[in-house]
Design a protein around this ligand. Structure first.
Ligand code: FES
Ligand SMILES: [Fe+2]
Length: 360
């Protein structure tokens, strides 16, 4: 499976990687070890010992270093082997673990697994997730047995809401007929829906002046590579402009585990009842339940039905509601092709010595 590589993926929620444990997760078909140094900084490296390929997370820590659980080679957090308890203790040249650049930002750990130097400027700005009291912001993790692009399709095409979701976010049939306004750049696809409904969307209605009266609503979604969608939702009544109404700023991020399994990360920040931690937890659970119990069965059902076939090869019927998700697929494909195109005049990388060659 081809994945964009020279880009930032979310490896974990910042809270998933604690001060002590060796956390591990498969990302882009590669096992990755994550842990925090004693100063709190998180680091990422291949979760595979270069000796006989034991997962390093089965080992133990020695300060900021990791000792393999099989024959006790020790590695520092630059991936360098610092101790070999066998024979004369000589450290084989190939005893080096690949490390990955990692940035902790917006409540997530972002990893760069490409072969080009990590480019921090390619990490989108989601700074609203850093503002406001913690009780107004929630982060969560889900796992889906589906290709990550099916999850992206689902969030870029919000016309499914009235057909898949229940009372909490129904638009009472108003959203499906709306053809979104779409804009694109060379690295983003944006779609916006606006509509009116009576009563308003339930999750927002109690914070509007009249919970039973008509409200204007909007959804904005902005996809950026590799698999990030910033979604804003809002509602307002009367002459109140949207920026003074009630709403939420959400982030949906997917990271492929394998071709057909995905880590699904979500964050949300609301502009109402921001000091209520109980409400925060309830809202986050409600959102998570909607994604897992309502979107989940449809998306994984689609995956099961499609198997390993390519989406476009299957010649899907395309409708007005597919415009944004199809544009994302096409832009993603262009970026992937650009990344994989050979650079003129660039020689291929020299082969690295194998462990066996280096040991003798
Ligand atoms: S597999 Fe790690 S030291 Fe042998
Ligand atoms: Fe949904």
């Amino acid at each position: 499976m081809a994945f964009l590589k020279n880009t930032w993926y979310v490896a974990a929620l910042a809270t998933e990687v604690g001060p002590v444990d060796l956390f591990h997760r498969k990302l882009l078909d590669t096992s990755v070890l994550l842990y925090r140094k004693q100063d709190g900084q998180a680091v990422a490296m291949r979760d595979r010992c270069p000796h006989r390929f034991a997962p390093l997370h089965l080992g133990k820590r020695d300060g900021d270093q990791v000792i393999c659980g099989y024959h006790a080679l020790k590695f520092d957090c630059s991936g360098k082997c610092t101790h070999n308890p066998h024979g004369d203790g000589r450290i084989p040249k190939a005893a080096q673990v690949q490390v990955y650049p990692l940035i902790e930002r917006y409540g997530f750990l972002w990893i760069w697994m490409g072969d080009q130097p990590a480019d921090e400027s390619l990490l989108p700005d989601y700074s609203p997730l850093d503002d406001g009291p913690p009780s107004g912001i929630g982060h969560t993790y889900m796992y889906m047995k589906a290709n990550y692009q099916l999850i992206i399709d689902n969030v870029m095409d919000l016309s499914h809401i009235d057909h898949v979701h229940g009372e909490a976010i129904t638009t009472r049939g108003q959203l499906s007929p709306v053809v979104p306004e779409i804009r694109e750049t060379d690295r983003s696809i944006f779609a916006r829906w606006e509509w009116k409904q009576t009563p308003p969307i339930l999750v927002l209605s109690h914070f509007l002046p009249d919970p039973q009266a008509e409200a204007r609503h909007f959804f904005d979604v902005t996809w950026m590579p590799p698999a990030n969608i910033q979604l804003s939702v809002g509602g307002a009544q009367g002459d109140t402009p949207f920026d003074q109404g009630v709403g939420a700023y959400d982030l949906h991020v997917t990271t492929p585990e394998t071709e057909n399994t995905t880590h699904y990360f979500f964050a949300t920040r609301r502009n109402h009842l921001v000091d209520d931690e109980d409400f925060n937890q309830m809202k986050l659970k409600a959102m998570r339940d909607a994604f897992e119990l309502e979107d989940g069965p449809i998306i994984t059902g689609v995956q099961d039905e499609m198997g390993d076939e390519d989406f476009f090869d299957l010649k899907p019927v395309l409708m007005s509601n597919d415009a944004a998700s199809v544009k994302v697929r096409r832009l993603h494909k262009r970026l992937l092709e650009a990344e994989r195109a050979p650079v003129p005049g660039q020689a291929s990388a020299p082969a690295t010595p194998s462990n066996a060659e280096a040991a003798v």
